[in-house]
Design a protein around this ligand. Sequence first.
Ligand SMILES: [Zn+2]
Length: 224
Amino acid sequence: MIERDLRETVARLHGELTRYGLVAWTAGNVSARVPGRDLMIIKPSGVDYDDLAADNMVLCDLDGVPVEGELSPSSDTAAHAYVYRAMPEVGGVVHTHSTYATAWAARGESIPCWLTAQADEFGGEIPVGPFALIGGDDIGKGIVSTLTGHRSPAVLMRNHGVFTIGRSARSAVKAAVMCEDVARTAHLARALGQPVPMAQADIDALYDRYQNVYGQRPSPPATT
Ligand SMILES: [Zn+2]
């Protein structure tokens, strides 16, 4: 039952990638870890976004090998699987070539923190990961080595695109959407002048508030 619900969730979350304009053709993918089992659910390879549904999501083990069904999983499955093996706290992984963020990746340039929204979600700069060819574990290793111990849930893999992680697939999708949003604004800001740096103490305060206080909680903390 959990697996069935997760298939529906992963299929539906792919609709957010198209809704926010993060993907072209069949590029981009979302996966989710099946809680308590060494399994993951990921997009099938080369299937149109309009045709994605719970039934054609691919169930794989954490080596990226399909355990049922006929369809081949996304060509990025090895990278997702590597992240789940190396980062037990991660419940969802997303990959896109979203335009503005990938333009920063093409230059091998991290996105400096010039916006409060970036401080909130990413806690500072959005880092660049190494260049890595698809196939094997190189992309996964690059994601894990860059994001381990880093506040940012997004990495710009050099000359390639964005990978994001989250406690759930939904939070990884949110990070992918926010990454493109701040990448676009940072691009425009720098194109038109010199963006004003933010003080590290302000970035820290924003990150702490957003991560620990912001949002709807079952029992909200006392307000002062
Ligand atoms: Zn890619």
